[in-house]
Design a protein around this ligand. Structure first.
Ligand code: GDG
Length: 733
């Protein structure tokens, strides 16, 4: 919005169109930037009159900062990148700093009025950092983000020099909404490829935060739009246009003059129509309204010149007295004129190269007269294509596709036009802008109320609840067993497995813990590795996920009774075959298990091959005593006894009822242990991710300090176990 000459004026853009169509019951503030203090003041004064539920809060930004933030970083980096126009991206570090600063200023203004549990709904790519900034200051805000543009493929997004900063900031929102499923999919792939974060299509978890993800195709105010477009004055104006714009078949284009809208492709397609179907010369016109936008950005200045030139070429080539094929308006039109043009035209032509949604397609549909409708020719690269199934679809890069679609529209029988429109209007009648906003806000609300399945809270201060009782049990128990996974729990994960060894100090600390606990080190590692790591140690060592165990001072004993030979050699051959296909992958051979490792391999290719291998083994060996799992950069086939859960069940049975158990692990094989534990124990997941454990220690580094605290606890009365980085109390739901 702007307030030139004291009058409030809305901008012509999809975001404003869509949001003004939303009717919410609760009052809200609308924040946006303004560079002119006088305009900002007048906006503030007038805002309350605009809409009962809406107050406009202009945030003043000095012009130079605004230009660097908006014209340059937002519109000369993010916009082209998000629309697959990598060659238009012009990144300058100082513009990124301006972008950060502008986001910070906006955060400060919002924080002046936002209180805990208030909802903040952030729109579009201009504010990708805002959620993180608001959350840092007020973690209890509910923060949603909706992206009005596409989210590009990871291959495009990775071009952004600040890609990690942007993605990490986005992970602080509570809910992120996209127009279309492919945009959401691209986002999750970016998380994986750029940050190594696994996510589902519903949520991504990082340490102590969950961001929910969803698809919410935007819409317009269907009823309001219908009412406006069927007003008598619109019919009159449309009739007037019929007299003044003389064309037997008028094709209409309404776009901001933006390269993402594919105006040059539209003109080329239209020229192809006139070349391919000479009979249509003199019969068909294109009226293109190109609304000026981002006029200071160099790529937009160049685009305008190209379009001017193309319009001239076509009119020069096919024009004759009384026939100007292309009528071109480089200006915006009033709302009444827009509606009348929708009605007057015979066809809408939308040739976006990429478009988040495209509201013009929806508006055109709603404005049509059901008895005598126009036809929509729509780019398959607009998000709207996933909703408006009865449009004629085109690949805008294919001139013939545009020409043929226009010809189809020109020759389409009236019955078919009516039928198509009915389908389109029917679809839209069920989904207006208000429903779009409500469904997003509803999900945002529940994303905060519904806690993740297991608390992400840190392990601390749990005096009076379940934890308190369990810890009390640990303290009082005659004998307490500490069951520890090795990699990722006792020892940090390393790129190469042989590097994962404990320092002498760590070993000494562990040894000391052995004075208070009976320690069991339960690992997927081989017997040889554990022997080398813990020679003559007082610990109970369990190798190959429970296949072998060794008590202090005695020999290794096998727990295997099934027939390993029935699957071992066969699976080894298959895994070797995969190692040859996937560079840097290899097979690790143990006594009762085989592991195909691909940590160093090209990630996407290897992950794909891993799924294939898993599938092949799951199906091919389903009736043999082997279990196959995909773990972190591995596919593993193990004898059924190689299961940490089955080992723990055996241990629980063999120990007296008064014993207690504390069990720590970080990966999926440890989940078997967590599930096997009975009421005598407490299970603790190390790191983030879904878990069956009672509670969680956020990072591997905190494991030893925590265990040392536990020792102190066993010696004294019950005190909460506080971790250095603890923030919130742990709570089992
Ligand atoms: C972004 C995304 C997504 C246009 N010219 C005039 C005028 N308009 C109005 C139209 C329509 C809006 O502007 C354009 O909306 P679009 O959706 O087509 O495109 P963007 O502006 O690029 O919007 C887009 C949208 O956000 C919503 O999420 O769909 O993909 O790029 O409402 O009617 N209005 C008037 N005069 C004009 O000359 N009055």
């Amino acid at each position: 919005m702007s307030a030139k000459s004291g009058e409030l004026k809305r901008g012509s853009g999809g975001l404003v169109s869509a949001l003004l169509g939303v009717q919410l019951d609760q009052p809200f503030f609308w924040f946006g930037f303004e560079t002119d203090e006088n305009i900002a003041k007048s906006l503030l004064q007038k805002s309350a009159d605009v809409e009962k539920n809406l107050e406009i809060r202009p945030v003043v930004l000095e012009k130079s900062l605004y230009e660097s933030y908006y014209d340059r970083f937002s519109n000369d980096v993010l916009w082209p990148l998000f629309h697959y126009e990598g060659n238009h991206v012009f990144f300058r570090r100082q513009d990124w700093e301006s972008y950060t600063e502008a986001n910070r200023r906006m955060a400060e203004e919002i924080l002046k009025i936002a209180e805990a549990n208030d909802t903040v709904w952030i729109h579009d790519f201009h504010f990708l950092l805002l959620g993180q900034m608001l959350k840092e200051a007020n973690p209890d805000l509910k923060i949603g983000f909706f992206l009005h543009t596409p989210f590009p493929s990871s291959e495009i997004f990775r071009q952004l020099p600040v890609r990690e900063e942007v993605l990490r900031a986005m992970l602080r929102f509570d809910l992120i909404g996209f127009h279309e499923h492919s945009y959401l999919r691209h986002f999750t792939v970016c998380l994986k490829t750029q940050l190594g974060i696994e996510s589902t299509f519903f949520k991504a978890e990082t340490g102590d935060h969950v961001v929910h993800l969803g698809v919410y195709p935007i819409s317009i105010d269907i009823q309001g739009f219908k009412k406006k477009s069927s007003a008598p004055k619109i019919a009159q104006l449309s009739e007037k246009f019929r007299q003044t714009i003389r064309s037997p078949f008028l094709v209409l284009g309404i776009d901001r003059l933006d390269y993402s809208k594919g105006l040059e492709l539209k003109l080329r397609g239209f020229r192809r129509l006139l070349q391919k179907f000479p009979d249509l010369r003199g019969q068909v016109n294109l009226l293109q309204v190109a609304v000026p936008t981002r006029v200071k950005v160099p790529s937009y200045i160049r685009l305008k010149k190209d379009i001017d030139r193309l319009v001239g070429t076509i009119n020069g080539e096919f024009g004759k007295p009384g026939y100007t094929p292309v009528q071109y308006i480089f200006n915006s039109v009033s709302e009444a004129e827009l509606l009348a043009l929708y009605k007057r035209s015979d066809c809408a032509l939308i040739t976006s190269k990429r478009d988040g949604m495209n509201l013009v397609a929806m508006e055109y549909t709603v404005a049509q007269d059901p008895d005598n409708p126009g036809v929509i020719v729509l780019s398959e690269f607009a998000g709207a294509a996933s909703l408006l199934g009865q449009a004629i679809f085109i690949n805008p890069w294919d001139e013939d596709s545009i020409a043929d679609a226009l010809y189809q529209a020109y020759t389409m029988p009236s019955d078919e036009k009516r039928e198509r429109l009915e389908g389109l209007q029917d679809m839209l009648s069920k989904y207006s802008a208000t429903e779009w906003a409500k469904s997003f806000l509803r999900d945002l609300d529940s994303s905060r109320i519904r806690p993740p399945k297991r608390p992400l809270a840190r392990l601390c201060a749990a005096t009076k609840d379940t934890y308190g009782r369990i810890f009390e049990k640990v303290r009082q128990a005659e004998k307490c067993h500490l069951i520890l996974d090795y990699d990722g729990t006792l020892c940090p994960l390393q790129k190469r497995p042989e590097l994962a060894v404990l320092s002498e100090t760590q070993k000494a600390r562990l040894q000391k813990l052995g004075d208070s606990f009976s320690i069991h080190i339960v690992s997927g590692r081989s017997r040889e590795f554990l022997d080398a790591q813990f020679p003559e140690s007082p610990f109970h060592l369990v190798a190959e996920h429970g296949a072998f165990r060794r008590l202090p001072g005695s020999e290794w004993k096998s727990r295997i009774s099934s027939d390993i030979q029935s699957w071992f050699n066969e699976i080894e051959k298959i895994m070797q075959d995969y190692s040859e296909r996937v560079p840097l992958s290899f097979v690790e051979k143990k006594s009762a298990s085989l592991v195909w490792h691909f940590r160093q391999s090209p990630p996407d290719f290897a992950a794909f091959q891993a799924r294939k291998l898993d599938d092949e083994l799951q199906i091919g060996f389903s009736n043999l005593p082997v279990s196959v799992t995909i773990g972190s950069k591995i596919v593993e086939a193990r004898a059924i006894e190689c299961n940490k859960g089955s080992f723990l069940r055996w241990l629980l049975e063999s120990e007296p009822a008064e014993s207690s158990f504390v069990c720590l692990g970080d990966d999926h094989t440890d989940e078997d242990m967590f599930r096997a534990l009975d009421t005598r124990g407490i299970s603790i997941k190390v790191g983030h991710g879904e878990t069956a454990a009672h509670c969680r220690i956020p990072t591997q580094e905190e494991v030893l300090p925590f265990l040392e605290e536990l020792v102190a606890l066993r010696g004294k009365g019950f005190e909460p176990v506080a971790l250095p980085t603890s923030k919130a109390p742990a709570e089992r739901p």
